[in-house]
Ligand binder design. Structure first.
Ligand code: 13P
Length: 252
């Protein structure tokens, strides 16, 4: 299967990383500069504490820096939260919204995720909108129904296909070493593209859909070659530059 024309691999460091970890950001930056990182766009969604420092280190590089969540409001009395404009101000160009860990840990609903995606776009960030079924939902044959609902309700109608990314992350595949079969990934990604296309006034077939969940160098070639898979959202294997580069370099 042919690769997408504009693939992107995004790392999600989750709640990992101290200032000392910025050497991994620099290593990815340097590999990109030397043409050793593969023919894809690359981004790292870091803990908020590292964004400004990382953005300063990647200035002039094609490596993008992102956040992992944003608030729906532009500012105000929301202790502990971060506005999309603040991420942008710190040097981010991307932000993950609706990750299953936030949906589970913080009770985020599709409606809230939709508002966060709108807030991100308004601030000039590319939202990476996450969807995915649980193990119980897959076992019950509910996968496409659940994904369909999440897409319908989490993706704003105002979405610009060029500056919005969707990530399919089966909850049961995150951090478990388990991945769906290639046929299952192909089915869900094709379904999401069709659904986005009928949902969005501006069409949805050009929105990039990333696969996420236990992607590593050893399975990336198979997963990234699947039709309608336009890249990967990578957790654990994005913490070390060498592991992430083992994934990006699949795009030769
Ligand atoms: P893992 O790659 O560690 O399974 O995490 C996937 C993920 O949740 C990325 O957002």
């Amino acid at each position: 299967m042919a690769f997408s024309s504009r693939p992107i691999v995004i790392g999600n460091w989750k709640m990992n990383g101290l200032a000392a970890s910025l050497d991994q950001v620099e290593a990815v930056r340097d590999a990109i500069a030397k043409g050793q990182a593969g023919r894809c766009e690359t981004g790292l969604c870091l803990p908020a504490t590292l964004i400004a420092a990382a953005a300063a280190r990647v200035e002039g590089s094609r490596l993008m820096i992102g956040g992992q969540d944003c608030h729906v409001a532009s500012h105000g009395a929301h202790t502990g939260d971060i506005a999309a404009a603040m991420l942008k101000d710190a040097g981010a160009t991307l932000v993950i919204v609706g990750h299953s860990e936030r949906r589970a840990d913080h009770g985020e609903t599709d409606m809230l995720v939709n508002q966060k995606a709108q807030a991100a776009a308004l601030a000039g960030l590319t939202p990476v909108i996450c969807v995915g079924e649980t193990r119980a939902e897959r076992d019950a044959g509910e996968t496409l129904r659940v994904i369909g609902r999440q897409i319908d309700e989490s993706v704003p109608r105002s979405t610009d296909p060029k500056t919005t990314i969707v990530a399919y992350e089966p909850v049961w595949a995150i951090g478990t070493g388990l991945t769906p079969t290639a046929a299952d990934v192909a089915e869900v990604h094709a379904f999401i593209h069709r659904r986005l296309d009928s949902l969005l006034p501006s069409g949805g077939t050009t929105i990039r859909i990333l696969y996420g969940g236990s992607v590593k160098a050893s399975n990336a070639a198979e997963l990234l070659a699947i039709d309608h898979v336009d890249g990967a959202l990578v957790g654990g294997a994005s913490l070390k530059a060498a592991d992430l580069l083992g994934i990006t370099s699949v795009y030769r």
